[in-house]
Unconditional design. Structure first.
Lengths: 215, 160
């Protein structure tokens, strides 16, 4: 928890310092894709009924075409039931913080960003062993406060919708280290698909974000 | 990328080597030594079992071949002991097998179940003259193709 606090304070101090100095563009945004496949293709996708709320702020710095992005995310949902791993139910919940230093191309609205990320998540559910003769054995698992520290990089393409709104299509990749490896979840909040990754998490994906320019 | 390829192959090979054990109700192997040819078994049953079919099969097999088939005796995952009753023509014997259940999460397997030697001193309680139990993990230690080492689980040797 201390680490989150430090991260927040640092990020805020950093953003304040910059925001005060210059009249750079300032955006707020939200992810509009993550979590949706879990409702649309619940049978095929690896997670289901998952709510992912990931808001952003993005502001320019003193240097031209350089900006800073800060996001905080929340994910809550369940993983696909995996009987091959004796898992009969599996829910997860997590919060995460991300920060990125971003550079934009001069000619085309293409940006690259890279920065640190931090996620804290919990996983719980039931596991079961079939017992045709004596009866099934069912027990609970509950892993709380699983931490992951790492970095995320992305490549983004911005499409303006009107004066204020723009859509951002991006591919992202995250790499993170986990504090404990007692349970490897299929999905780690803030990182993505992490099946069979016990300590080193490496994942990525495609997403779309909607940005609103405040000034 | 070319340098990474052998690493990927090794990773995949190692992945294939992980033994997850049965991941279901486990069984113990019971052998009779020596079994008299004239001995006729009327029935075997396990206390608390919902389904006695496997024990019926063992009874039939025993009466034909004078030993138990290798298709093993189920042991309960719901308790740290399982009791069996052997009803012969002229005698009835009981066998209570003790063990310690071990459920844990294993990488690339998910949750697995294993059995350990019980914390108490006795391995089994029985009316048979002698019973010896060997505890081996149900998860093979090494799974090198084509043979595996270990993973045989609990074996019981009974002398009538």
């Amino acid at each position: 928890m201390k680490a989150i606090l430090y991260f927040l304070i640092l990020s805020l101090a950093f953003s304040k310092a910059h925001a005060q100095q210059i009249q750079a563009p300032f955006y707020i945004g939200i992810d509009v894709v993550k979590g949706i496949p879990s409702y649309v293709f619940p049978e095929k996708y690896f997670i289901r009924k998952t709510v992912v709320i990931e808001p952003y702020i993005r502001f320019g710095t003193q240097k031209p075409r350089r900006s800073i992005l800060i996001s905080a995310g929340f994910a809550h949902g369940s993983s696909k039931v995996d009987t091959s791993r004796s898992i009969s139910t599996h829910q997860f919940q997590g919060i995460y913080l991300k920060m990125a230093f971003e550079a934009t191309n001069r000619q085309i609205p293409l940006s690259v960003g890279v920065g640190p990320m931090f996620s804290i998540a919990g996983f719980k559910g039931k596991y079961q062993f079939k017992g045709p003769t004596f009866g099934d054995y069912t027990a609970d698992f509950n892993e709380k406060g699983s931490l992951a520290f790492g970095a995320e990089a992305y490549l983004a393409y911005d499409v303006p919708l009107n004066k204020k709104l723009s859509l951002r299509f991006l591919i992202r990749n995250a790499i993170a280290l986990r504090s404990k490896d007692t349970f490897a979840p299929d999905y780690f909040p803030g990182i993505g698909y992490t099946r069979d990754m016990s300590q080193l998490l490496f994942s990525g994906g495609f997403s779309t974000q909607l940005f609103f320019r405040c000034k | 990328m070319k340098k990474l390829l052998p690493l990927l192959v090794i990773t995949l090979a190692l992945y294939g080597c992980t033994d997850c054990g049965p991941q279901q109700e486990l069984t113990a192997r019971i052998s009779f030594q020596p079994a008299k040819d004239s001995l006729h078994l009327n029935q075997i049953y396990a206390l608390g079992a919902r389904d006695q079919q496997l024990f019926k099969n063992q009874t039939e097999y025993f009466n034909q071949y004078h030993q138990f088939s290798l298709s093993d005796f189920p042991i309960s995952l719901l308790a740290d002991s399982t009791s069996y009753v052997f009803e012969f023509d002229n005698r009835v014997d009981t066998l209570t097998l003790f063990y310690q259940r071990d459920f844990f999460y294993k990488e690339h397997c998910g949750f697995v179940v294993d059995m350990k030697k019980p914390a108490r001193s006795e391995d089994a309680r029985s009316t048979f003259s002698s019973v010896s139990v060997v505890y081996e993990s149900y998860l093979a230690e090494k799974f090198t193709f084509p043979a595996k080492i270990g993973g045989n689980g609990i074996s019981v040797n009974i002398t009538l």
